[in-house]
Design a protein around this ligand. Sequence first.
Ligand code: GLA
Length: 386
Amino acid sequence: MTNPAEKVRSIFGERFQQEPLLVRSPGRINIIGEHTDYNEGFVLPAAIDKAAYLAVSLRDDDEIHLVAADLQEQYTTSLRELAPCDSINWPNYILGAAAQFRSSGLPLRGFNAVLSSDVPIGAGLSSSAAVECATVFALNHLLGTGLNRLTMVKMAQMAEHEFAGVKCGIMDQFASMMGKKDQLIKIDCRSLDYEYIPLKLDGYKVLLLNTNVKHSLAGSEYNLRRQECEAAVQLIRQHHPEVTSLRFATEAMLDAYVQPVNPMADQRSRYVVQEIMRLLDACDALKHGDVHKLGRLMFETHEGLSKMYSVSCKELDWLVNQVRRHEAVLGARMMGGGFGGCTINLVREEAIDDLVSTLAPAYEAAMDLPLTYYVASIDNGTEIIS
Ligand code: GLA
């Protein structure tokens, strides 16, 4: 049984003898604008055709019965004991999302849920945000709480903060919930204004190359980067109180107030300030159909993430270096939080098979890990399937 939607429906039927609500919520890519969301910058993500599927029904008691179909694991708790689970991670994305109803003062009931997902885990494609969004969306529908999508995005983000311990920005949950077929979403993470921009790549495709190095955002480096950026903001604020985030910082401010006292925070925040500008250039290039420029900017982002922000790893660097001078590749960079996961590559469609069949054995020989790949299509955000 390969189709995750069928899988959850059938397992739900066997286990709970009920007809559930079935919700699909996708993973995401991000074209450019990495580690800018929690600095109130811009991002340019899109939902993809890989998704989490969650079958849910309400119960008459206060119990919560969860099944992870892909792992063949179960977890049971109750509303009274609603708290993060220490021993396994997957229930936390569902429980964290449910807990948001209670902390928002909304009525919550016990529920049954079966989860299956084809978003690869730890690949930087936001498999966790997909589950959080699916859960909030399903419970909102079943409980009749009438929340709008933006409120649900924020609840899903808080689920990650409170139950997974990662102080993530808003990008992943926003992209999963608000995605639209064939459209990128340019999000202003300060005002949360957003705009859909069609991805017209003119014979090129989005190829994801998975290092199969599992990133662990919770491995504290992510939260540390956030603190380093905040340290830079504090230094600038002593002279420019209006600078409340790196969104308003300039390189001249970094030269004057951060570089002399905290060279590490300077490197981190300089990357962010440059990346916010790069994203604006990239949107301009996209609007003018200049895909070559977009590609060059992606390579620059990788340099910054690797050398200044220090969130890459040798496998990601290796993959980006291999394609750097390939005539069929417009641009490539590591994607997502970092320390593993995928690179995102813009590759001429006819060249994809050749590229992958050359790269895969070379990667395996160099890194002793398999290389997997996906050609991502841009799809709709969170939706009810039945
Ligand atoms: C993770 C986080 C996002 C974002 C990216 C980096 O995916 O969940 O909020 O910060 O890393 O751009």
